[in-house]
Ligand binder design. Structure first.
Ligand code: ATP
Length: 517
């Protein structure tokens, strides 16, 4: 795409008005040399003289298409709607780019945009049906969600084979999956007899006719939620100590042992969760040190830490807001009762995915439990409060003492962590086993008939909880693996993640087509 001025009214990349510095003779010579091209401006009366000049030796520009709507959160941001075209002028701020709107309601306006809300124009990422990093399970959930009709579809990266694509289609109330295979020359096909040079052509073809698919492709799957932006705005990514006056607390969401949690509004524009810490519960310096690491841990299954207020008391921790609160409450309430076994396993798989990321980063959670997992729309779960326990523990050792009556999460904690203060990713695995128990019992207290003291006494001698009622045996086996006495024999989160995700693949019944899987 060329770098050239665009008409302010029609936004077509056609015109450069006479520059004042250019004399008529200069212009004539430039036209003769074919350095510039004279174009009639359809909106000439608004923009200047009747002809305009377009430089031919032009730089490449970055034109992007918006994948989601975005409403400006600060005066320096630019609002846009899905489908708008934007020219990116400066990418140096990292996750937030400085851009100019080329189409839409705010055409020609400039401001910061979240980089993960846009994709290069004409790229596959810009296609409304391309859901790149969507797992098979998530694809099914998205397609089965309200608003999608028979034939709704999406194309995603194949989980099992890197570089390959899969097509997921809604056929009445079931979702069918096809691998998009490639010929030796790189053409894509569902049926070998009909290869296509591009995925776009393949989609166009199957939108016209079924041609062997279970259903003709209809509308692209609806995108339910825009992704989280990285940070609240371009300037909180680095300067994330924010002024507490920019936060308005709206309503209390709950309380933990270290403080209260509120729904809040940042800059009068953006919904956030605000954790307020009881004065004295931690040293701001320790917290800030830990928080520096925490804010770098970004993953779709981890709650994002947006900003902090550590100047003055109480300390505020600003995170993304999750509409359905903690997983524990969610499991215990009506919602939990409505959960099917597939939802329960999916919940566990999501937690394992977030934890597998922490495992990869050599980061230990230390307080993994259903109360520290939060639930958003459509059963989306994210792990919260990672690393916070360490900060509390450093400053407030007594709080985590393994005594009856204290709030030490004894029932979630591995024996070696209780007895020798040995917290590792393997003690997190132990806690994950307990969390799995919570999920399978809809939020029942672990070791329901035992006190903390009894748990501390009996678990090191080999006592383990029995299989909960109605819990599939394979899931109980996973729990039991997490509770191996020798921590080295416990699985990794990576293994847990694929085991739980594969659960769904196992019971898919119909494979009536070579490409369907
Ligand atoms: P503790 O901190 O003692 O382990 P906890 O994790 O339940 O207990 P908090 O993290 O303070 O305590 O959270 C209290 C409650 O606030 C949660 O149970 C949940 O309902 C709500 N909550 C916390 N964070 C969020 C969030 N980001 N979005 C929505 N609700 C939240």
């Amino acid at each position: 795409m060329d770098l050239r001025e665009r008409c302010l009214r029609c936004c077509q990349p056609v015109l450069v008005c006479f520059k004042k510095t250019r004399s008529a003779e200069d212009t004539r010579q430039a036209v003769r040399r074919k350095d510039i091209e004279v174009i009639v401006n359809p909106h000439a009366r608004q923009t200047g003289p009747g002809v305009s000049l377009r430089p031919l030796a032009v730089e490449k520009t970055d034109v992007y298409i918006a994948l989601y709507d975005y409403t400006a959160r600060t005066e320096e941001d630019l609002s846009f709607s899905a489908g708008d075209k934007l020219e990116v002028l400066d990418k140096s701020a990292g996750d937030w780019w400085y851009a100019k709107a080329l189409t839409g309601l705010r055409v020609a306006r400039r401001g910061y945009i979240p980089a993960n809300y846009v994709a290069p124009v004409e790229s596959i990422d810009a296609e409304p049906w391309y859901f790149a990093e969507t797992k098979r399970l998530d694809a099914e959930k998205l397609l089965l969600a309200e608003g999608n009709q028979h034939g709704a579809f999406l194309i995603r990266n194949c989980e099992s084979q890197k570089g390959e694509l899969s097509l997921s289609v809604l056929d009445s109330r079931t979702v069918k999956h096809y691998k998009l295979r490639r010929t030796d020359s790189g053409h894509y096909y569902v049926s070998k007899t009909k290869p296509f040079e591009t995925i776009k052509e393949l989609v166009a073809h199957y939108s016209q006719q079924e041609a062997g698919l279970c259903v003709r492709l209809g509308e692209p799957c609806k995108k339910i939620e825009a992704p989280q932006t990285h940070g609240l705005s371009y300037n909180t990514v680095d300067q994330w100590e924010i002024n507490r006056t920019s936060i308005r607390l709206l309503r209390k969401l709950g309380a933990g042992q270290f403080g209260e949690v509120y729904e809040g509004l940042w800059n009068e524009t953006t919904a956030v969760a605000v954790k307020t810490l009881k004065p004295g519960s931690m040293d701001p310096k320790d917290f800030l040190r830990e928080a520096q690491i925490m804010k770098k841990l970004r993953h779709p299954k981890l709650i994002q830490l947006y900003a902090v207020c550590t100047v003055g008391e109480p300390i505020y921790i600003i995170t993304e807001l999750m509409s359905n609160g903690s997983l524990l409450e969610y499991l215990q309430k009506d919602n939990g009762v409505k959960l099917r076994i597939a939802d329960q396993i999916e919940t566990a798989a999501q937690v394992a995915a977030g934890m597998a990321f922490l495992e990869l980063q050599n980061y230990i959670h230390r307080d993994l439990a259903a109360r520290n997992v939060l639930v958003g729309e459509n059963n989306i779960c994210k792990v919260a409060d990672f690393g916070l326990a360490r900060v509390f523990m450093m400053e407030n050792e007594n709080v985590y003492e393994a005594k009856e009556g204290t709030k030490f999460p004894v029932k979630w904690t591995a024996p070696e962590a209780i007895n020798d203060n040995k917290f590792t990713i393997k003690s997190d695995i132990w806690s994950f086993g307990i969390l799995l128990y919570e999920i399978m019992t809809f939020g029942q207290m672990p070791y329901p008939t035992m006190s903390n003291y009894q748990v501390v006494q009996r678990v090191p001698t080999g006592y383990r909880m029995p299989c909960p009622p109605h819990c599939p045996k394979v899931l109980y086996e996973i729990m039991s693996d997490c509770w191996k006495q020798n921590e080295q024999e416990r699985p990794t989160f990576e293994t847990l993640q694929w085991k739980l995700e594969d659960f769904f693949d196992m019971d898919v019944s119909s494979y009536d087509d070579a490409n369907r899987y």
